[in-house]
Design a protein around this ligand. Sequence first.
Ligand code: PLP
Length: 396
Amino acid sequence: MTTAQIISRNLATPNRWLEGEFPEKLKSKLEEMFSGKIILTNACRSAIYLALQTAGIGKGDEVIIQAYTCNSVPNPILWAGAKPIFADIDPDTLNLDPRKAEEQITDRTKAILIQHTFGRPADIDKFRPLCQKHGLILVEDCAHALGSKYNNQQLGTFGDLSVFSFEKEKGIRALAGGALLVNNEKFAKHAEELNKSLPSSTLIQVAKVLNNYLTWRLLLRRIIANPAGKSLLSLLNKTDFFNILLSNKERVGERPNWYPAKMPNLYAQVALAQLGNIDKFNQERIAVAKKYSNLIKNSHFKLLEPFVGVNLRFPVFHPEATKIISQARSQGLWFGNWYNKEVYPDGVDVAALGYQPGSCPNAEKLASMTINLPNHINITESQINQVANFLNNYGN
Ligand SMILES: Cc1ncc(COP(=O)(O)O)c(C=O)c1O
């Protein structure tokens, strides 16, 4: 069943939205896939929060993360009472630079969170020994990397603790939700205790997620290219009821009371149905990436080394990124701006989230140059050619 079919069958039965058999089924499936203990949550940011609590990380502790990230990475660190310490990225991978991370280690550092940006594996061979040397916990953020591998081994299986996202913009385009994978046995008991004390999600939260999904599907995606659509979206995004990815509290590093919570039955039903598609979706995105890599010849655009990871997004970089994105959109090409800020998205108070402007120049520069090419799984050959032609002709 598709996500839309599952939603339409469940719309009239809110009594099945929160409780039911699907969280247990999804948990078993993920435990089989990753050979570790899984705790399901209502979002990946809840899973990060839980990961820190599981490891006893809190007040006075520091967690090293990369800039060129989403606010929902530093936010749960702040919610746990700890301090996110930003380190710069390697401009060729968009992932945390191990040397820059090491420079930030102090005696308050408790963990390094490595993010597999856009599904490209972080430098695990450097981070594992680095964490061992300094007695630090390694957390893998696999929000972009479901099904991606490093040396033929699933990402998520290298860290002491790993987190995943089932939010609709990620690998399997489910509704929402997250998971914590506990690989290190020493954390398993505490994780289970925390799991037991997790509150249920609320019907209003599920209704918000459904409202966001349906508004996009039935309305916004049809009108988003014209000015009325853009104005409507920016208006809706100011409200917590619509903007489920960035509440007003999260803009300034505060915890909304709906995080963390258990994964609702409905999210689990959709995620379970979609999970079987992950390899197919990843292969399709890799195929699109190969085509773009071969077709784009305009050397004014920086491209990353091709064919690494699962290409959740296919970014290209140009100093006039903002102008290029709006020009492309006016021609009907849906170029994206995900990660166009060192702590995404625009409108978060980066200082409140612990980021010191100027401290991570690679992340700042690349964010300002980021353009996501359309690489959704239904893209056609002719749309790919149109995108490549647009880029090849830009500035000529
Ligand atoms: C790297 C990374 N980690 C975590 C998250 C949070 O995911 P969720 O929306 O499921 O909380 C995001 C969201 O985009 C992300 O980009």
